[in-house]
Write a protein that binds this ligand. Sequence first.
Ligand code: SF4
Ligand code: SF4
Length: 306
Amino acid sequence: MSISRRQFLKLCGATGAAISVSGSLIPEIVAAMEKAAAGNPPVVWIQGSGCTGCSVSLLNTVHPNIAEVLLKIISLKYHPTIMASAGDKAFEYLFQTADKNKGKFFLAVEGSIATGAGGKYCIPGKLKGKEVTFVEMMKDLGPKAAAVLALGQCGAYGGIPAGKPNPTDSKGVMDFFKDHGIKTPVINIPGCPPHPDWMVGTIAHVLMFGIPELDSDGRPTLFFGTNVHDNCAYRSYYEEKKFAKLFGEEGCRLELGCKGPESFSDCWKRGWNNNVNWCIHNSLCLGCTEPGYPDRFAPFYEKTTG
Ligand code: SF4
Ligand code: SF4
């Protein structure tokens, strides 16, 4: 069974109530991915300065189907959190995989790149007894990859590790590549953490149809093309100037610090945890998909926008 790009975009853009792309990976997408994956394009997932929240977000909500997708379809060759092997041998295998699949593998980067102190703030492993910094990993693996998926706020824009005063001089993949003249295409999938549908949907698009349309911040418009505030269920309260003064009160959350007017994502229709809830229902939008988060939106619980 095959699926056209138009059908794929329609399925990914459906509401969370109708489909969780990563949760159920409806049969058409799975079948199309299996077909497209003849030859199994390898995906290598590495982690720099971060909290592993992107991996947790991916794995928490999609069990068990994601295991099948990651192992059988995407051909995940390396993932420090979920793979059984560890230590020097596993680390060696990572670099061997990149060399063997030069120009063909996709590099998923979770966490930011700590460039301060010659990269010594982040040392993921050793090769032949010598410590290898994450900076060195990015310089080696980045140019060999077909494309990089910069995951989460940290991978995309530096995120919390890059927040002021940023003592480790952390940065996201795009900025790092600019600094080092690395030309590999980068797709940003921000969020703190990103929704699993954003990650799996983007990987599926890359494998089946190539790099999706990106906005000026390098994000797939498929998932990040709409404004939270323009589509929020509380928008009518905003128009009526009915603002909640306390959490739990009826009304728009603007006065409590909601950053929805400056945020672009489809959380408003996709929801989280299989569309059980989303930020604004219980609290407010913190702008986690935007460049400059967290500093740009601080303090979180004070009105800074709108
Ligand atoms: S300010 Fe926040 S709560 Fe109010 S309408 Fe906009 S996005 Fe919704
Ligand atoms: S509603 Fe705002 S803070 Fe919550 S996940 Fe979406 S963009 Fe991030």
